[in-house]
Design a protein around this ligand. Structure first.
Ligand code: PGA
Length: 237
């Protein structure tokens, strides 16, 4: 399963390295078979030991190799550290940073050209959820507009906006329904994200079509994150 941590705007270069090394150690000593991803802030990207199941990825990039885009990082800056997994379409970038679907598709196509893993996030706001499952699915398909859903290295993360960072999770039956409908059209692995924590990870990973989780808040505690990796291992035993 894929157990991914999104650091968002947390951790420094030094503390991120300590976290990553501790997780690597945990994976090594427990012989975990999970595919772990850690999306650090750009300033904490570095060359990490590639001989483990853990991959460090980028939360964002500007869809250019390099150029004049003050304050942005291009792909050259990711390649320096052999970054081969990125988040695209996260709700905070869609809603707070105002990324449009056209721009998100541009980023997707750029990353696809580079043949790297893309964790592509979709999720509906509360007012859409209140309209029912058909409205939710219509909204999610719009968020996949311009995206090659047949891309080999695509992973889709379903993250209801109202569940992110709020402590509220979608009910298991809601998640199951969305995942079943997504999987009917998508071959890619599906992740769930939105207030995943130690207490609910096993239930969530047991949902049909759920291949993993993308965790924010609860993953920032090293012990909790390792416990979540362990929970996935236990489920697979
Ligand atoms: P959360 O964030 O776990 O804090 O809800 C999830 C995410 O934004 O990917």
């Amino acid at each position: 399963m894929i157990i991914a941590s999104n650091f968002k705007t947390n951790y420094t270069r030094k503390s991120a390295r300590a976290f990553i090394e501790a997780v690597q150690q945990f994976i090594h000593t427990t012989h975990s078979t999970q595919e772990v991803r850690i999306y650090t802030p750009a300033t904490a990207l570095d060359s990490f030991d590639a001989n483990t199941l853990l991959r460090v990825g980028a939360q964002n990039f500007y869809p250019v190799q390099n150029g004049s885009f003050t304050g942005e990082i291009g792909f050259e800056q990711l390649e320096e550290f052999h970054i081969n997994t990125v988040l695209i379409g996260h709700s905070e970038r869609r809603h707070i940073l105002k990324e449009t679907q056209a721009f998100i598709a541009q980023k997707f196509n750029f990353a696809k050209e580079k043949a790297i893993e893309i964790v592509y996030c979709v999720g509906e706001p509360r007012e859409i959820r209140e309209k029912g499952i058909d409205a939710v699915m219509a909204y999610l398909w719009e968020q996949l507009e311009g995206i090659d859903i047949g891309y080999t290295h695509l992973i889709v993360a379903y993250e209801p906006v109202w569940a992110i960072g709020t402590g509220l999770t979608a009910s298991n039956s809601d998640i199951e329904e969305v995942m079943a409908r997504l999987q009917a059209k998508l071959d890619s692995p599906l992740l769930y994200g939105g207030s995943v924590k130690v207490e609910n990870i096993k239930d969530i990973l047991s949902i049909p079509h759920c291949s993993g989780v993308l965790v924010g808040t609860a993953s920032w505690d090293i012990k909790a994150f390792c416990t979540m990796i362990q929970s996935a291992d236990q489920l697979e035993q």
